[in-house]
Design a protein around this ligand. Structure first.
Ligand code: GLA
Length: 725
């Protein structure tokens, strides 16, 4: 037995940004420990940091390993940690436990004060033959980002089963919020107490998942949109992954995450490396601020979509598989008339794809339905001043396709049997270089032949028994990377191409797919009532300009509920606006009203797509108030929503959050959603609202006392606009 090699002392490092401090202990040569992730106590000098570390040092206890048990970002048993391990793997059955020592720490600290920074920690366990690089970053927006790269420095293969990274939270965080859901009901919140043990949320669907934890948030009792301390973690990965909260009797509470690796999936040959997903951590007071850090960080990326988000018409719910040039041209005419700017031709344009049982994989324009190719439709769309977008599902294949008939060995499987079908389809093994090259070639040819500005990129099934057929080895990890590579390659060959991440609605929404996509399809559910909820929680991670929100027909195809147009449009207003409705068959009045909403969206788009998202905590669960306040707080728009019948009638005043407390604002109802619309036959009975001409009040008064709500029917909304006077 050789003791761990002595290593230089890398001290205690404090990173500060936007009201957050991340204090890391790098003393003693072992892996970095987070001493503090939370409110910024201000800059601390060396002596203060030493004292801070002493004050935070874990208390040794009886009948644990002797001495203190510090928990590293990648926790190890060798340090006494007996909770969820940071690294699980072995070399031919041995080397099951590691004791990394730090070789080098590189610090990239910006010259300005409190602008965050990045540490790169190079560590190794020479006995286990492993190298480890940890990257820990605090972004200028106060977001923690970290990931690990593990390298096999030994002479034999190393089998990796798990690599988890953690962030500690204080014992004061006693409640957890995470997300569940299903198709048409993505990101449904669930709250639980944060008790001892592990709350483990795994997604083994081979995509991010409808029900992925999405964000796992620990907070002080009763935390809300604007109150309570909250610490949230997001796992940025579009394949299998886990996000967990763990609490032990040693007073350790932490949030962790990593990729879920199937048995044998990652086996590092000598010299090979594995890179973990990025883990993101956001600390804040209240959920709005937690979200704001993600939004500001996303918006600071050089590749963030900056030109105005074009209003979309998507053909799916309008025509489904009924691709008829005349009908689609009429739809384009109606769309252009109401103000649409991008026309997206959905599923059904290729190969034998006349229904959802066949054709996936044959990415050639169907001569049967499109005898002259897509040219005539695209020219028509372009002549109306709209861009053209096309639906694709590149990772999938139907057994009933020319592709599957020619290459049955390109379908992901265990090697000896095909997985069960889902939506009649199978998954193409994109880690197979031939399959990858084929699909890349097809998509590249389409983008070369036609002026396609946008792919709606779908992924309509979970990955079940998804292996490489030739070897019989699990392949979800490789598949996830291959899908990223395919998107990256197409974007680099066709600069300006925008991609929407869709997966049977919102099952692939995470910060890694968003590094190569410009918008997500939030849900297949266009029912505005369901959408209020789904969009509210999607907005916890993503700013509105990345969220696809469409106005559907009067009666929602996915729920059968009927809603007034103002409720549908006022819901879609808060996002990247679109239409998913056969408006060629809508009444002239409906089209006129829709056009008014689209005009309002275009007017508000600069505000909606750059401002700060705010939500009020209203005691009545049927009352929602959400809005967007301009970054300079010069203006804001709010929606007051009744999701059901309110307990009180009317529900009393509602506070308007996020305005400059010292500035005067003129607040007034905003047309066309300015009247508490009811059924036509009841309109005579509607009572006038408080003040159609508005009031002028300071932001502090609007936040403290608010404004009276109108008497709203269930499933209605009104809009308020605030402008600095
Ligand atoms: C998925 C998508 C829908 C639509 C269909 C087409 O369900 O989420 O929006 O594109 O596929 O088959």
């Amino acid at each position: 037995m050789t003791p761990p090699t002595a290593s230089p002392d890398h001290g205690i490092v404090q990173l500060r940004a936007a009201g957050v401090s991340l204090v890391l202990d790098l003393t003693g040569g072992t892996l970095p420990r987070v001493l503090h992730w939370g409110a910024d106590p201000g800059p601390m000098d060396g002596a203060e940091l030493d004292a801070f570390a002493r004050a935070q040092a874990p208390q040794p206890i009886a009948f644990s390993v002797d001495g203190a048990v510090p928990v590293a970002i990648l926790p190890e048993q060798s340090a006494g940690w007996l909770g969820t391990p940071g690294l699980v793997g072995n070399r031919e059955g041995a080397q099951f436990s590691t004791a990394f020592t730090v070789r080098e720490v590189r610090r990239e600290l910006p010259a300005e004060d409190a602008a965050g920074g990045r540490l790169t920690v190079e560590a190794a366990d020479e006995i286990a033959g492993l190298g480890l690089r940890l990257t820990v970053e605090l972004t200028p927006q106060g977001l923690v980002r970290q990931r690990a790269e593990l390298t096999n420095e030994g002479a034999t293969p190393f089998a990796l089963d798990a690599l988890n990274l953690t962030l500690p939270v204080p014992a004061a965080a006693t409640e957890l919020l995470d997300f569940a859901g299903h198709h048409l009901r993505e990101r449904a919140p669930q709250r639980t107490p944060f008790t001892q043990g592990i709350r483990m949320r795994e997604s083994r669907t081979g995509r991010t998942g409808f029900d992925a934890a999405f964000l796992l948030i620990a907070g002080t009792a009763g935390f809300g949109a604007r109150s309570g301390e909250v610490w949230g973690v997001h796992t940025a990965w579009s394949g299998n992954h886990r996000t967990f909260a763990e609490r032990t009797f040693h007073a350790v509470s932490l949030l962790g995450s990593g990729e879920v690796l199937l048995s044998g999936e990652v086996r590092l040959a000598p010299g090979e490396s594995y890179i973990s997903p990025w883990q993101y951590g956001s600390y804040a007071t209240g959920l709005d601020e937690l979200a704001g850090r993600f939004h500001r960080w996303l918006r600071s990326r050089p590749g963030h979509p900056r030109r105005p988000r074009p209003v979309v018409i998507n053909t799916w719910e309008a025509v489904y598989f009924d691709h008829d040039l005349g009908r689609l041209k009429a739809l384009a005419d109606a769309a252009a008339e109401v103000g649409a700017e991008r026309f997206v031709l959905d599923d059904g344009w290729f190969g034998g794809r006349r229904d959802d049982r066949r054709g996936l994989g044959d990415w050639f324009v169907s001569p049967e339905v499109w005898p002259q190719g897509l040219g005539p439709l695209i020219s028509h769309v372009n002549s109306l001043g709209m861009e053209f977008g096309l639906w694709v599902e590149p990772e999938m294949v139907n057994e009933e396709s020319d592709l599957a008939r020619a290459h049955p060995d390109w379908i992901m499987s265990t090697g000896d049997r095909l997985p069960g079908r889902s939506r009649h389809q199978q998954v193409l093994d994109l880690a197979n270089p031939e399959a990858y090259a084929y699909i890349l070639g097809c998509l590249d040819a389409l983008l070369t032949e036609y002026p396609i500005a946008y792919f709606k990129w779908d992924h309509n099934r979970d990955l079940v028994e998804a292996g490489h057929p030739a070897t019989g080895r699990a392949g979800v990890h490789d598949q996830t990377l291959a899908a990223y590579r395919l998107m990256d390659e197409l974007r680099s060959r066709h600069p300006g191409l925008e991609i929407e991440s869709c997966a049977s609605g919102g099952a692939r929404i995470d910060l890694e797919v968003l590094q190569r996509t410009d918008r997500v399809w939030v849900s297949d559910c266009n029912d505005a009532l369901e959408r209020q909820e789904i969009q509210r929680w999607t907005n916890l991670l993503l700013p509105l300009e990345l969220m696809g929100t469409h106005v559907g027909p009067g009666t929602a195809h996915t729920t059968g509920r009927t809603h007034a147009l103002d409720f549908r449009a006022g819901t879609a207003l808060f996002g990247h606006f679109g239409i998913e409705w056969d408006i060629a068959r809508a009444t002239p009045e409906e089209r006129k009203r829709l056009a008014a909403w689209i005009a309002l969206h275009k007017e508000l788009r600069p505000l909606l797509h750059s401002g700060t998202a705010v939500h009020a905590d209203h005691p009545d669960p049927a009352v929602r108030l959400h809005g967007v306040v301009a970054a300079d707080r010069s203006e804001a728009v709010f929606a007051v929503v009744a999701t059901g019948s309110t307990e009180l009638y009317p529900a009393g005043p509602v506070r308007l959050p996020g305005l400059d407390p010292d500035a005067l604002y003129h607040v007034r109802p905003q047309a066309p959603g300015d009247v508490p619309e009811g059924p036509a036959e009841r309109r005579h009975a509607m009572l006038p609202w408080w003040t159609p001409e508005g009031v002028t009040l300071r932001g502090a008064a609007l936040a403290a006392a608010g404004v009276q709500l109108p008497a709203l029917f269930p499933e209605r909304l009104v809009l308020l606009r605030a402008t600095r006077a």
